[in-house]
Design a protein around this ligand. Structure first.
Ligand code: UD1
Ligand code: CA
Length: 467
């Protein structure tokens, strides 16, 4: 039977405490780069579901320890994943038992832990495809671990195969380096007669899913342990050290992917890029750049050193000079910002606009060709095209209760150190005199002067004894 004609579901086990991590967050929600551990397994599964090779049609996740938090994460990020509750975490075998109602309708059940973030779509699809083609009752991935401690050992004796957990292993078994990846695929009709026969008479008092392997073999079933050529993808994340190692490996993998696709980096070792970031070719990232979230960088864009971008779109030829903290904002073609700028909360820099030195722009639009070159705060503002905002300009948008809007038209000239007390509007071609406090609307084409007239007191220095 071809893989595509069978109904295969994937069950991700994510109910465990992650005791060895010593963290308050459930293990599967601990961050690796800017996404939780669980994201990576689900992303791999999503790719499997999309690929024509190892078709996986449905997806469920066993939740338990701090399960509400995991369920919340799933419902907002992975609506295709069905949460199944394991109220008491009695072991990996028990986790598969509680999911029985869900998997009995499937032909094949892929079971994998939530803590294998390095697993790739290629390896998983190959497992599914080979399993279906071979007609095995169960296939699982094993590998040789440089340090096998903590893993279940694969014990091969004559024609038999078994997995023995470390805590139950003899000294000789502990010396074995072939270990269980905990990534299995079962023919559901072969799993059903065994799943409730598991017992918990072992060192941890848990129902171990790996015990199924020996049970199936003894019952005459066909079990294939497919030994992976490399350890890299299958490392489980149980301790803070393993979490850090996985982050290092994932980070390197992401950097290599972008470098191979034509992104230039002068010092890749100092660049951090999250897994959801999309970068076109002919882009230059200077040293010490961080790109996170759903950031998208188009052709010809340039990101200068010490810039942190999260959920930002840089359109073609946009340039971030350096030292910029940009989030949830869009920079259109040819716009340029920085150095030393903060842009946030849905701001838009239109084509060929500029944001300069020591400037903060929040929830505002800077129109086409307009400039905010130095020392300014622009919040809740709409700025038209070809307008210049003088140094020291501030939109006084907050009255202590509400955030009020400022609108500035096309071709305006806002003099240096203007305070725009919002809500306020400046019409097209409007001017404000330097140092003005603008509390009333400025009509189209008018100059607003909102400052005390200068007065010179002759001879003052002498009289005051200064000379
Ligand atoms: C497991 C395997 C071990 C294998 C290793 C590979 C068992 C008994 N052992 O060990 O053979 O070498 O993975 O990394 O399966 N979970 C639940 N419910 C539970 C218990 C665990 O959902 O009641 C989940 C955990 O959240 C985790 C996964 O199952 O994502 C594996 O559990 P974990 O405790 O990490 O198992 P290991 O000791 O690593
Ligand atoms: Ca584990």
């Amino acid at each position: 039977m071809s893989a595509s004609r069978c109904v295969t579901g994937a069950l991700v086990l994510a109910a465990g405490k992650g005791t060895r991590m010593k963290s308050d967050l459930p293990k599967v929600l601990l961050p690796v780069l800017d996404q939780p551990v669980l994201y990576y397994v689900l992303d791999t599964l999503r790719r499997c579901m999309a690929s024509s090779k190892g078709r996986v049609q449905s997806l469920a996740v066993v939740v338990g320890h701090r399960g509400e938090t995991v369920q919340e994460y799933l419902s907002s990020n992975w609506p295709e994943a069905l949460p199944l509750w394991q109220h008491e975490q009695l072991g990996t075998g028990h986790a598969v038992q509680i999911a029985k109602e869900w998997w009995t309708g499937l032909d094949h059940l892929l079971v994998l832990p939530g803590d294998v973030p390095l697993l790739t779509e290629g390896s998983l699809s190959a497992l599914v495809q080979d399993h279906v083609a071979s007609g095995a009752d169960c296939s699982f991935i094993s590998f040789h671990a440089a340090d096998p401690s903590g893993y279940g050992r694969v014990v091969r004796e004559r024609k038999e195969i078994a997995i023995i957990e470390e805590k139950d292993a003899t000294k000789a078994q502990k010396a074995l380096t072939e270990v269980n990846s905990a990534i299995y695929i079962f023919k559901t009709s072969s799993l059903l007669p065994h799943i409730y026969r598991l017992d918990n008479e072992n060192a941890q008092g848990e129902f171990y899913l790996p015990d199924i392997i020996a049970m199936m073999v003894r019952a005459g079933g066909k079990v294939t342990a497919s030994l992976a050529p490399e350890e890299g993808e299958f490392a489980g994340i149980n301790t803070p050290l393993q979490l850090a190692d996985a982050a290092t490996a994932l980070r390197r993998r992401i950097l290599r992917r972008h470098l191979s696709a034509g992104v230039r980096m002068q010092d890749p070792d100092s660049v951090w890029i999250g897994p959801e970031v999309v970068i076109s070719d002919n882009v230059l990232l200077e040293p010490s750049v961080q790109l996170w979230g759903r950031t998208k960088v188009d052709r010809g864009a340039h990101v200068g050193s010490f810039s942190i971008l999260r959920n930002v779109v840089l359109e073609e030829d946009a340039c971030v000079v350096s030292h910029a903290v940009l989030s949830d904002s869009v920079f259109r073609k040819g716009s340029q910002v920085g150095p030393f700028i903060v842009v946030r909360d849905g701001a838009v820099f239109e084509e060929d606009s500029r944001g300069g030195k020591f400037v903060e722009v929040k929830k505002s639009r800077v129109g086409k060709g307009s400039k905010v070159p130095h020392l300014a705060y622009i919040g809740d503002a709409e700025i038209g095209a070809e307008t210049n905002i003088g140094a020291g300009t501030i939109t006084c948008n907050y009255d202590g209760k509400n955030k009020n809007p400022t609108t500035i038209g096309d071709r305006c000239f806002i003099g240096s150190d203007t305070m725009l007390v919002a809500p306020v509007n400046v019409g097209d071609d409007g001017f404000t005199a330097a140092g003005s406090v603008i509390t009333q609307d400025v009509p189209e084409g008018a100059l607003a002067v909102g400052r005390v007239k200068q007065r010179n007191i002759e001879g003052w220095a002498k009289r005051a004894g200064k000379k």
